[in-house]
Write a protein that binds this ligand. Structure first.
Ligand SMILES: C[S@@+](CC[C@H](N)C(=O)[O-])C[C@H]1O[C@@H](n2cnc3c(N)ncnc32)[C@H](O)[C@@H]1O
Length: 393
């Protein structure tokens, strides 16, 4: 018995030594291969992080959990490496993107997407003709009830011609019966919404730019997004295994739909306390896709950032999540948490230290901390981030 546990410790030591010897700055790494580049998502981690951790701490056919799954980076890597995976996120947009990124689109669905684009093109030609007539004082290019059903804020963020094309595209997507095809097209649609709006460029807070240049050829931009995604999914299909990926739009603080000690490895990347207000950054997609920005903001850990109790709520919520992670993970199995230290209220919050101490208190053994980004600014505002490695006892 003693020999067995000594062997385990030796193997564990070798794994950690191997990880520590790798270059984690990954400055020149290509990060948008396969389906990883489908849709922008703030504070994604680069796929090399889960890839290395999954290959070190799990085996083929194991069940992996990412309980803050975001845009599904862990899930894509799990599927390529033949691991089954569960992704959990409270954000409906995250769940949609993760689902589409891990779905291999087969030939018949690809054909349906091509037919969709051809048919959409004729609707757009018709719309553009009506828009010209409308500028000559004829009737509006689109019935006003369709426009009235849009989220009331949308008209402030787009030029009128852009709204018309987006409405035609979205209406046609809604009519697609095949959910796989519909979700694929919705992700392509959502990926465009910021770049064709009147926002200031770049990511981060959305602000209306009153001098935004006119945007046109929205259909062509949408078609290009679809074509790029089709190319990516074709690459992905050559490496994706048949492993099972399940996504839950649920709260990480309450993982009651996952059995005790049923997970072989946890690889996750929690929110950075108030640093990335997802509901605000993603509001254009949330509005267009019919999700509630305010419901999301309330349920996100670290979501409502301007409250005096933001740090206390974050620490309490993270503790609840860690307790759930401990419950669902098998004993002697590993849990890796990637986290950065945000600047909030004028000071840097050492979330790595908090998570480490908290995890130790509830019974995890802390094995190693790998830091990245200290010398090269790879993570924007966050700069340095940490991969914390724990064993469940
Ligand atoms: C740092 S991001 C994860 C990014 C992910 N690693 C990727 O590559 O896309 C953190 C995620 O935690 C999610 N989140 C915040 N509060 C949550 C909660 N209560 N339950 C589940 N997910 C939550 C956010 O929606 C966000 O997608």
């Amino acid at each position: 018995m003693k020999l067995r546990s000594e062997n385990l410790l030796q193997t564990e030591l070798a794994k950690i030594k191997h990880l520590c010897a790798l270059d984690w700055e990954l400055i020149t790494a290509h990060t948008v291969y396969y389906t990883h580049g489908y849709h922008p998502y703030s504070a994604k981690y680069i796929p090399q992080i889960p890839n290395r951790l999954i290959s070190t701490f799990s085996d083929k056919n194991d069940l992996i959990l990412d309980n803050f799954v975001g845009s599904g980076t862990t899930l894509v890597e799990s599927k390529v490496m033949g691991r089954n995976a569960i992704g959990v996120d409270i954000n409906p947009l995250a769940c949609l993107i993760s689902k589409v990124k891990t779905t291999v689109i087969k030939k018949p669905a690809m054909r349906e997407i091509s037919h969709f684009l051809v048919s959409l093109h004729s609707d757009i030609v018709h719309l553009r003709r009506n828009t010209t007539l409308s500028s000559l004082g004829e009737k509006k290019p689109i019935d006003s009830p369709v426009i009235e059903k849009l989220h009331p804020n949308i008209p402030k963020w787009y030029h009128e011609n852009v709204i018309y094309e987006l409405v035609v595209i979205k209406t046609k997507i809604n009519a697609v019966r095949n959910t796989e095809v519909r979700d694929f097209l919705l992700v392509a649609f959502s990926s465009l919404l910021r770049s064709v709006s009147n926002t200031t460029s770049g990511f981060g807070n959305l602000m209306i730019n009153k001098n935004a240049p006119p945007k046109n050829r929205i259909f062509e931009k949408f078609s290009l997004a679809v074509a790029n995604m089709l190319q990516s999914v074709a690459d992905f299909s050559t490496v994706a295994t048949n492993s099972k990926v399940t996504i839950f739009k649920q709260d990480s603080r309450k993982l009651e739909f996952i059995n005790d000690e049923s997970i072989d490895f946890i690889c996750t990347h929690p929110p950075y306390m108030a640093a990335v207000p997802y509901a605000e950054y993603q509001k254009l997609s949330l509005w267009w896709l019919g999700y509630s920005q305010y419901d999301l903001e309330k349920s996100l850990i670290g979501g409502r950032r301007s409250r005096p109790d933001t740090p206390q709520r974050f620490f309490r919520d993270m503790e609840m999540s860690l307790l759930e992670m401990k419950r669902v993970l098998r004993k002697k199995k590993y849990c890796c948490i990637t986290i950065g230290n945000p600047i909030y209220g004028g000071k840097t919050w050492k979330l790595n230290e908090f998570i480490k101490q908290n995890a130790i208190q509830i019974g995890f053994t802390h094995l190693k901390e790998i830091s990245r980004g200290k010398y090269h600014s790879t993570m924007g505002k966050m700069k340095e981030e940490f991969v914390l490695i724990f064993r469940n006892e």
